[in-house]
Write a protein that binds this ligand. Structure first.
Ligand code: SAH
Ligand code: SF4
Ligand code: F3S
Length: 459
């Protein structure tokens, strides 16, 4: 069988894609790149906003057309598969295999079945089974928990991914060992709310460390860089900041979604913290990590958001001074409390606020990136940039960075880089040698193209 998995959504979905791919390989399948070559196409879906749902709908439409012309098995997995909305779509587009986020290990059974197979249970053994196939890359994701015990009124994730189930530290470390053996240099610990690690449905699991202690534990594994996502401010403790500061492998990067700067909106979102409490966490982080790089998620145009509420979000942005932010227009999701109880604001109003927020974010990112010009950053270069004369990657603070390939440094790796130029979205620099001097740039096959595309020359 020739199989391909197409992935939408977040890093948890990317991790799940690797997990299912490793299952498919162990079942004897060949993984292929495109739909044309495949006789099994599996779509890993996202339901967090309307847009990813629309994309899946249109892809399933295309796949049904192909299926009318040649033998093809179509599967759907991930968050949307768990929802009635996704199941209706699956019926309409003649999907053969449907696996919710808790039933991924049923893939073998599903492919053996001669009829339509739908798996929708949440099964805990997902945590112990064959780990995702090593990808041969320097970066890896590592799921430490599934599901979510919060009930933010806008969010469909607790419905799609079920209640929180933490993975045992032994399972986590075992998978990490396999990743290290495969050459991984940076691991990102994943969960909807990693700060609540080990505290499932209100109870601390026997023998499970706190998230702060898990960071310390993972820090002793020998992995070079550790990141984690996402943190809910409600479960953030100062000990997490302390563990970050005392564990050299943990990158000084904190992604702490605030969603809104207005207490009125935070209450309607059921976020369980106030603006003041959130800023207190930021102060704790800065106390332990004065150079912490901060990132956030913000939803604009939540039902009932007034201009004054929105101004509170802008002022919070200024008060924190984030390096980067994911910004979303509120998208009403059927099945969520806010969909049921609150009226959506007009589209134009939401779009206009998003644009103002993006402008503010750009100013801050420009300023934050400019501050780094002249500094030396440890950059994980994961491979060729769009222009093959360059490598692309990111710093410990997650800033996207591009460098020209150098003699002796023309491949993926972790290198010291002096930043020479910055835009709001990208930093450009040169790889340094052991004495801190830039390594000579690798001669380019097409020097004319280099003159046009080298951002360093443009600067
Ligand atoms: N568990 C994480 C993230 C979950 S989804 C957390 O709580 O922080 C990722 C982001 O999508 C959220 O942080 C939120 O900003 C955004 N999001 C979730 N539901 C949304 C909706 N209905 N409309 C717009 N954005 C949404
Ligand atoms: Fe959604 Fe809130 Fe859970 Fe995050 S913490 S997944 S926003 S319900
Ligand atoms: Fe999407 Fe599910 Fe992730 S809804 S954002 S794929 S948790």
């Amino acid at each position: 069988m020739k199989a391909t998995v197409i992935t939408y959504g977040c890093q948890m979905n990317e991790y799940d894609t690797h997990l299912v791919e490793s299952q498919l390989v162990s079942l004897g399948a060949d993984l292929v790149q495109g739909v044309d070559e495949a006789d099994f196409v599996l779509v890993n879906t996202c339901a967090v906003r309307g847009k990813p749902v629309d994309k899946v709908r249109s892809l399933l439409g295309t796949l049904r057309k192909i299926k009318a012309q040649r033998p093809l098995v179509v599967g759907m997995m991930g968050c949307l598969a768990q929802l009635e909305e996704g199941q209706q779509m699956a019926r309409k587009f003649e999907v053969d295999v449907l696996l919710g986020p808790g039933s991924l290990l049923d893939i073998g059974q599903a492919l053996e079945s001669n009829e339509r197979f739908w798996g929708l249970q949440f099964k805990d053994e997902l945590h112990e089974h064959i780990p995702p196939a090593p990808t041969g890359k320097l970066q890896a994701h590592l799921t430490i928990m599934r599901g979510c015990d919060h009930h933010c009124t806008y969010c469909i994730v607790p419905t799609t991914r079920g209640p929180q189930v933490s993975r045992s530290p032994d399972d986590i470390l075992r998978e990490l060992d396999l990743q290290l053996a495969a050459g991984v240099q940076e691991v990102t610990l994943l969960g909807q709310n990693v700060n609540a690690y080990g505290v499932d449905q209100g109870a601390r699991l026997a023998g499970y460390p706190s998230f702060a202690d898990l960071l310390r534990l993972v820090g002793r594994s020998g992995v070079r860089r550790i990141k984690f996502t996402t943190s809910h401010p409600m479960n953030f403790t100062e000990d997490v900041a302390a563990a970050m500061a005392e564990t050299p492998a943990v990158c000084e990067f904190v992604h702490l979604p605030v969603q809104s700067g207005s207490n009125h909106v935070l209450r309607r979102m059921a976020r369980e913290y106030t603006r003041e409490k959130y800023l207190q966490h930021i102060a704790e982080i800065r106390r332990h990590l004065p150079h912490a790089v901060l990132a956030t998620d913000i939803i604009v145009g939540f039902p009932g958001e007034t201009e004054e509420d929105f101004q509170d979000t802008l002022s919070l942005y200024d008060e924190v001074g984030y390096d980067s932010a994911y910004m979303f227009i509120y998208s009403p999701r059927p099945g969520t409390p806010s969909y049921k109880h609150f009226a959506d604001l007009p589209r134009e109003l939401k779009t206009e606020r998003l644009q103002r927020l993006i402008a503010r974010q750009k100013e801050w990112s420009a300023r934050k990136n400019a501050e780094k010009v002249g500094s030396v950053q440890e950059v994980l270069l994961r491979g060729d940039a769009h222009d093959a004369g360059f490598l692309e990657g990111h710093t410990r603070g997650n800033h996207p960075t591009v460098v020209p390939k150098a003699i002796g440094a023309s491949q993926a790796g972790v290198y010291p880089v002096r930043i020479e130029h910055a835009t709001p979205h990208m930093m450009y620099g040169r790889i340094l040698d052991a004495s801190g001097e830039p390594l000579p740039e690798q001669p380019r096959l097409n020097p004319e193209a280099a003159a046009v595309t080298s951002p360093l020359q443009m600067a």
